[in-house]
Design a protein around this ligand. Structure first.
Ligand code: HEC
Length: 174
């Protein structure tokens, strides 16, 4: 046990020792003991980026169920970040993500539920500001998110699809 602790301390020192030489865009969950197959933070973020954009074009096309689906994906994505990356650059992500969940993501949920575009755009801009706020405070201020200009993929139509009701009591398959 003692031996493991000592080894841990050596590894810790070694990691800290090389930290300044590493670029800050190599956040890997295995450092937090989550195994080699955990997604990299940057990869989780690219998924968030896609959902952020799709949610926007879903609302632009009046496809509120798709917007809700993308919002659920954003929530899941931030849950993964919370679980796999409790700290980034020595900063605890928990308070930021808790505030995001209670604030911007809840507001977006209400706007989507009410199908209220004005509320949606306000909440969307606040979410985008929160994305950028976290990037700035974690040394990634060069990653700047904005209102999307064109849809990220052209093989997906954002128009509402045919209405298809799930049987009563069935879970929506997010
Ligand atoms: C808890 C802090 C935090 C929040 C909140 C956050 N990000 Fe990030 N984001 C990061 C960090 C840290 C990186 C750098 C990750 C790395 O590569 O190691 C990053 C990187 C990115 C990247 C660059 C990925 C790449 O490698 O090309 C994108 C795009 C991105 N974030 C999108 C978003 C979007 C969109 C949101 C909001 C919906 C968001 N992020 C919210 C911390 C955050």
């Amino acid at each position: 046990m003692k031996r493991t602790a000592a080894l841990g301390a050596i590894l810790f020192v070694a990691v800290i020792g090389v930290a300044p030489a590493q670029s800050p865009h190599q956040q890997h969950a295995s450092q937090a003991g989550n195994g080699p197959y955990a997604p990299r933070l940057g990869d989780l973020m690219i998924l968030q980026q896609i959902r952020h954009a799709k949610m926007w074009f879903a609302v632009a096309a009046n496809n509120w169920p798709l917007a809700g689906h993308e919002l659920a994906g954003l929530k899941d994505g931030f849950e993964d970040v919370d679980r796999l990356y409790p700290t980034i650059q020595g900063i605890s992500t928990k308070p930021v993500l808790a505030a995001l969940g209670a604030g911007e993501l809840t507001e977006l949920g209400r706007a989507i539920e009410d199908r209220d575009r004005i509320k949606f755009v306000t909440a969307f801009d606040r979410l985008t500001a929160a994305c950028n706020g976290c990037h700035q405070s974690t040394g990634h201020g060069f990653v700047v998110i904005q209102q999307p200009i064109s849809p990220p993929f052209n093989n997906q139509s954002y128009a509402p699809g045919p209405v298809h009701n799930l049987p009563a009591g069935a879970q929506h398959p997010h």
